[in-house]
Design a protein around this ligand. Structure first.
Ligand SMILES: Nc1ncnc2c1ncn2[C@@H]1O[C@H](COP(=O)(O)OP(=O)(O)O)[C@@H](O)[C@H]1O
Ligand SMILES: [Mg+2]
Length: 303
């Protein structure tokens, strides 16, 4: 018998294991240009899980998180029915999720740069004049968006977020998100990585506002190599640049089904994810649950 997930997202399978707990299992699926590719990046799910655990510890005096454990020995017995769960699975406290995405931006890029360029604003609020693409913002800003079930999330103002969740909760969400981003971004910068922006998913656990889902990972954030950042252009993506460069080189129209990602691009991408974790945390990925020690940080386990 195979256990059916209660919910399957783009990247995670979520199992309700009772007692107010969920088992969230991160896959190796990769997306770029808003597409999920058929190929997977070996160990990517483990890197995302390892990073989320690292940040849970790092943020412990700033923000409570939903994480209970990543230790395979601490998983409920149903985990044994999920193949290859070691190091990908997190046992978390089930939250009532806020219906907004809690985005924090420290640098002007992506949809925020587009809006600024055309109207001088970011999520409807005026910014100083003369900022360039990728400029560091005077201060990080909480820029929420809607959580679209279908299609794209829509950037909204703080007032619109207040209409959705209530003013006092919106204020607490802003405060918590800014504190978590500021701690994470300064830690990352000291390790050579710019976290340009990030998306937190917050929820209520036992009446307490809690950081849920993945935390400050390359999938929920823009990671840039600090030595490649210069205002006026977009720095390479720390993690997905091999896939992006390869995709651009194929002439793929980004509408039709993508061509298969070549093995060397998959390997390069895996190394970037592992490198990001090791740089940020100062830990060795080979020590993480379920990692095949023979592969090593820059190898690939193939398929
Ligand atoms: N502690 C939690 N309690 C309830 N739901 C959660 C919790 N943490 C994350 N989630 C939800 O679980 C899902 C994770 O699956 P994922 O593949 O990341 O989804 P998506 O495709 O929406 O990004 C998301 O819908 C997220 O909002
Ligand atoms: Mg997600």
């Amino acid at each position: 018998m195979t256990l059916a997930p209660t919910y399957s997202g783009k990247v995670r399978d979520v199992y309700d294991v009772g007692g107010g707990l969920l088992l969230m299992v991160a896959s190796d699926r990769i997306s770029a240009f808003d597409r999920v590719f058929a190929e997977t990046v070996p160990d990517k799910g483990r890197v995302l899980t390892a990073m989320t655990e690292f940040w849970t510890e790092e943020l412990s005096d700033v923000a409570p998180t939903h994480l209970v454990t990543t230790d395979p020995a601490g998983m409920p017995s149903v985990a044994s029915e999920i193949p290859d769960h070691e190091g990908r699975a997190m046992l978390v406290r089930r939250a009532e999720m806020l219906p907004i995405e809690c985005i924090v931006r420290g640098y002007l890029t992506g949809s925020a740069w587009k809006e600024y360029r055309s109207s001088g604003t970011m999520h409807g609020s005026r910014l100083p004049e003369g900022l360039e693409e990728s400029s560091r913002l005077p201060d990080p800003v909480f820029t929420p968006s809607t959580k679209a079930v279908e299609g794209h999330d829509v950037n909204i103002s703080f007032e619109e977020a207040s209409d959705l969740v209530g003013e006092s909760l919106a204020e607490r969400a802003r405060e918590l998100s800014l504190a978590a981003y500021e701690r994470g971004a300064s830690r990352a910068l000291s390790r050579g990585i710019v976290i340009a922006d990030t998306k937190f998913e917050l929820g209520m656990v036992d009446g307490e506002l809690t950081v849920c889902d993945e935390i400050l990972t390359p999938d929920s954030s823009r990671f840039w190599p600090a030595d490649r950042w210069a205002p006026g252009s977009t720095p390479p993506s720390f993690d997905k640049q091999p896939v992006r460069d390869w995709a651009e080189s194929t002439g793929w129209d980004k509408e039709s089904d993508p061509p298969p990602i070549p093995a060397e691009v998959v390997r390069a991408t895996r190394s970037r994810y592992v490198a990001a974790y090791e740089m940020l945390s100062g830990r060795s990925f080979a020590d993480w649950w379920g990692v095949d020690r023979q592969v090593g940080p820059s190898g690939g386990s193939g398929s």
